[in-house]
Design a protein around this ligand. Sequence first.
Ligand SMILES: [Zn+2]
Length: 264
Amino acid sequence: METNLTFQYDRQAVRIDRKRIKLPKIGWVKMFQELRFEGKILRVTLSKTETHRWFGSITVDTGTPNVPRDTRGLPVVGIDVGINSLATLDTGKHYDNPRPLKHYERKLAREQRKLSRKKFLSNNWYKQKEKVAKIHDKIACIRNDAHHQATTEIVNMETSAIGIETLKVTNMLKNRKLAKALSDSALGGFLSKLKSKAEALGIPIIEVPQFFASSKTCSSCGYVKDELSLSERTYHCDWCDTKIDRDQNAAINLKNLAVGYTES
Ligand SMILES: [Zn+2]
């Protein structure tokens, strides 16, 4: 989220009591959720987004430093980041998109259509534009939170390396379709969080280029399908008859490629 104004407070200046925080000159302010970490509060940062919404971020020292671990001999994890679910691991574990996301995405499309029908730069156009920006913010918050939870859990698994698909930046810029743009920006947010957390723990991330057909390739025999439509949720191999969840199949392929990298 773009921010254009920030304030920082030292821990002496603030007080936190469950779901509320006391800020100098402002007083008690309700928080969306309770602090999720226990430890010493180091500082509180308030920032204002371009859409005039305020966010607070609280830095907590949990007392457990991010020390690179000895990961030799631990398994490699493959991750498929998708449109339908947030992420799928090669083990078959799914991270689902938060439920409210679909609702807000539909709402966004609706309000954007309304915006396109307003007279450009009229009062009503500005009002509608503000509405659209608020929904954008809401979606970004929901995704951000889900990405943080999933990536933290993944890097905390016993793993020696992570294989994942790279983001195709050129396509992202070309594609103007809303759904695609949203899923691309989601992949970008997921990747950047995963990378910074993995790096802190010394877990290498192996990015597999998208020209590798992770979805169309059979993870059992290596056969590559010509076509695989988005609606096909199960990968069914024409060659070896394997039937497997589509996303898990892709994740296993990404894992296998990453294993090849780490062994060479
Ligand atoms: Zn096969």
